[in-house]
Structures are given as C-alpha cells and as structure tokens.
Design a protein around this ligand. Structure first.
Ligand SMILES: NC(=O)c1ccc[n+]([C@@H]2O[C@H](COP(=O)([O-])OP(=O)(O)OC[C@H]3O[C@@H](n4cnc5c(N)ncnc54)[C@H](O)[C@@H]3O)[C@@H](O)[C@H]2O)c1
Length: 252
C-alpha cells in the first residue's frame, strides 16, 4: 500500500544545491509541502522560487539550535506539523589524522553528526504531533567502511549510522521510522574537485552516480518503506562489495 507524499510536510536540510536540491525538486513534484533549508541563502531562494507556494526556503545552520527551532516553527506555521525529516546537510573534510586541525575534525562532527542529532531532537515532537512519519539520515559509504585521509568524515558518517539505529529503536513504537542512506560518489559540488573517474574505476557499475538515483531511494523510504526501520540503504554502484580487478575480467 502506497503512503503518498502528496500534502505531507517534509523538512530537508542542506537543500540549496547538490542532492538536497534534487530531493526538494522531486518532493515538490509529488505534491509534498517542503521546507528547504541551508546556509547558502542565494542558491536556496533561487531553487524554491521556481517551485510554487508549497516549497519555502529557510536559512538554517544545522549546528545552531535556534535555527532548528525556527525551521520547525516555520514549517508548522506555514504547513502544519512535520511528517518527515531529511538530515542531508553535510561537509567533507580531507586530511590525515596527523595533519588535520582538531578544529576541523570537531566542525565536521558538529555538522555531519551533531547536526543530525539536533535535527531529530527538535523535529521529533513535531512529527509526533503529525501522528508519526519518518526520518532519513544521509550517511555515506564512509559510514560502512574506512577511507584513508577522510578520518573526520568517516567518523561522522559511522556515527550517523549508529545514531540511526538507536533512534529507530526509540521512535519505532511512536510510529516514526528512521533509516540511513549510504551513497557512493554522486555528481554534486561536494566531489567536483576530485578525480571521480579514478575513484569509480573498480566499481562493478564504473560511473559516478546521479543525484536523482539517491532521490529515488529517498522517496521510497519516505513513502513506501512502511516495514523498514533502522536500516542501511546503499546506492554506490556496488563499491562496497569489493573491487573489480580488470585484468581478471579481461581474461574471460
Ligand atoms: N556527493 C557525494 O559523493 C556524497 C557521497 C556520500 C554521501 N554524501 C552526503 O550527501 C549529503 C549531500 O551532499 P552533496 O553531495 O549534495 O554535497 P553539497 O556540498 O552539494 O551539498 C551539501 C549542502 O549542505 C549544506 N551545508 C553545509 N554545512 C551546513 C550547515 N552547517 N548547515 C546547513 N547546511 C549546511 C551546504 O551549503 C550544501 O548546500 C551530505 O551529507 C554528504 O556528506 C555525498
């Protein structure tokens, strides 16, 4: 049975660009009422300006508690209680354990992990007022395995994966499902400076993913995955199952 998103209130963080922007566009397309939030106000306003009256932009730094309170209040005032939260905002920080500035480590954890905890802390009362709903936390393949020179990002995304399970256990009895999405390399500004082709070369699906491939999973989790909670949903071209060794493949 499909649990339609038509008319449902969805709060999406980090929504001004990249995957978050695609989530907002497609949620609008299925009739959801969306509060798109970010710190990039110009891009956020430009995105929502073309999407009609049921999509609004709100300035919102996910590390700032007052911004969470304001975002949920704005959603409730405009649309009513929040049905679904998409904890999508995130940053990537490169550097070895020795070279990374401790402040950069803390900042990464603050945005990618604490920001999501704050999101659940401040949004769950609204979801309860809505009579239940769901939360999707955007983790990463870096929440499933390690990567050298990405220690702070890896720690934040593993933390988010664990937090998702604790939250699912707590909130399931309240009618709130909580799942995590684990994308591999997806074509967004976050990876624009990387040599993506070399990163994906040993994947069974040897290409960079597109934001809409993640959005499809998100919509499934929000609308249709009515018997799934606390789980990891992976969209990575098969990256974490192992590496295709081209010389072995070519011998066939
Ligand atoms: N692109 C990838 O390859 C990839 C892979 C796995 C996971 N992810 C995750 O997907 C999510 C979306 O990333 P993306 O690829 O679209 O990147 P992106 O950089 O295009 O978008 C991230 C958004 O988060 C916002 N943001 C950053 N700090 C914020 C803060 N303190 N408060 C509010 N918003 C803030 C940014 O302004 C930006 O709009 C992130 O959580 C990221 O870690 C991305």
């Amino acid at each position: 049975m499909r649990n339609s998103l038509d008319g449902q209130v969805v709060l999406v963080t980090g929504a001004a660009r990249g995957m978050g922007a695609e989530h907002v566009r497609q949620l609008a397309g299925v009739g959801a009422r969306v509060v798109a939030t970010d710190v990039l106000d110009e891009e956020g306003r430009a995105l929502t300006a073309g999407l009609g009256n049921d999509v609004i932009y709100q300035h919102h730094d996910v590390t700032v508690e007052a911004d969470w309170i304001a975002a949920v209040a704005k959603a409730e005032a405009r649309f009513g209680p929040v049905n679904h939260l998409v904890n999508n905002a995130g940053v990537v920080t490169f550097g070895s354990i020795e070279s990374t500035d401790p402040a950069a480590f803390r900042r990464t954890i603050d945005i990618n992990l604490t920001g999501c905890w704050l999101g659940m802390h401040y949004t769950v009362p609204s979801i309860r007022r809505a009579g239940g709903g769901s939360i999707v936390n955007i983790s990463s393949t870096a929440g499933l395995q390690g990567y050298a020179n990405l220690g702070s990002y890896v720690a934040s995304k593993w933390g988010l994966r664990g937090l998702t399970k604790a939250a699912a256990l707590e909130l399931g009895p309240l009618g709130i499902r909580v799942n995590s999405i684990h994308p591999g390399p997806i074509r967004t500004p976050m990876i624009a400076g990387l040599d993506a082709d070399s990163i994906v070369a040993s994947q069974p699906i040897a290409r960079v993913g597109e934001p809409e491939e993640v959005t499809a999973m998100l919509l499934y989790l929000l609308a249709d995955a009515t018997y799934s909670t606390g789980h990891e949903f992976i969209i990575d071209g098969g990256a974490v199952i192992g590496q295709v060794v081209r010389t072995l493949v070519d011998q066939d």
